[in-house]
Design a protein around this ligand. Structure first.
Ligand code: CA
Length: 229
């Protein structure tokens, strides 16, 4: 297994320093961000194994960062909350944080909680072979088969990869470049080919381009998957 990677989103430099020291000593790779926007970007780009998220952040606060992260990934999130802020803890857990630690905390406790979270996450992570099931749509990752309303749909390998990428991250917008790069491994091809794949996919999934049920255009960005009922 490669080195575990933690992302610390916290504006107080000394807390980042201390946690970084502890995690590095455990053999972890540590990424850090000092505000919510940068944290969100790093989380998307670097796909850390776990995120430590402070509630009080400049710009985008921890609650909003947590909410946005949860729309696009299941990466475990440990929240750092101020002492006695009972409401924050409850709200944090409600919007999808997995655990919290109250400041001031011992770094050892944070490391222990993080390890426990990762153990839980690795047990509950759905197997790569499990199908992705949405209303009216099933994507069988192992068999590379897709069915719409119970009827099998024939996709090209590229179309399948595009659909799988988007459907694996519901609600998360991908640029045409990201889609191309992910699917082909090539840095730059004419990104309009993505539009062609999406057009074909929509036709095969029965998606009306003007009111799609699954593959949505994100203006100025690219595309996202969201299954509307
Ligand atoms: Ca803070």
């Amino acid at each position: 297994m490669s080195r575990a990677r933690v992302l610390i989103i916290e504006d107080e430099a000394h807390i980042v320093d201390v946690l970084t020291w502890y995690f590095q000593r455990e053999g972890w790779e540590v990424l850090s961000a000092h505000d919510g926007i940068t944290g969100l970007e790093l989380a998307r780009q670097q796909a850390p194994d776990l995120i430590i998220l402070d509630l009080m952040l400049p710009g985008l606060d921890g609650m909003e960062v947590c909410r946005r992260l949860r729309q696009e990934s299941r990466t475990p999130i440990l929240m750092l909350t101020a002492r006695d802020a009972e409401m924050d803890k409850i709200t944090g857990l409600e919007i999808g944080a997995d655990d919290y630690v109250t400041k001031p905390f011992s770094s050892r406790e944070v490391v222990a909680r993080v390890k426990a979270l990762l153990r839980r996450a690795s047990y509950s992570e759905p197997s790569r072979d499990e199908p992705l099931v949405f209303p009216g749509l099933v994507i069988d990752r192992a068999g590379k088969e897709v069915s719409v309303n119970g009827r099998p749909v024939r996709l090209t390998p590229t179309e399948f990869q595009v659909l799988l990428l988007l459907a694996s991250h519901p609600g998360c917008a991908f640029s045409r470049d990201e889609i191309i790069q992910h699917v082909t491994g090539v840095e730059y091809i004419d990104t309009r080919t993505v539009d062609v794949h999406i057009r074909h996919l929509r036709a095969k999934l029965g998606d009306d381009p003007s009111r799609p049920r699954y593959l949505h255009t994100v203006w100025g960005t690219g595309y996202k998957f969201e299954a509307l009922t």
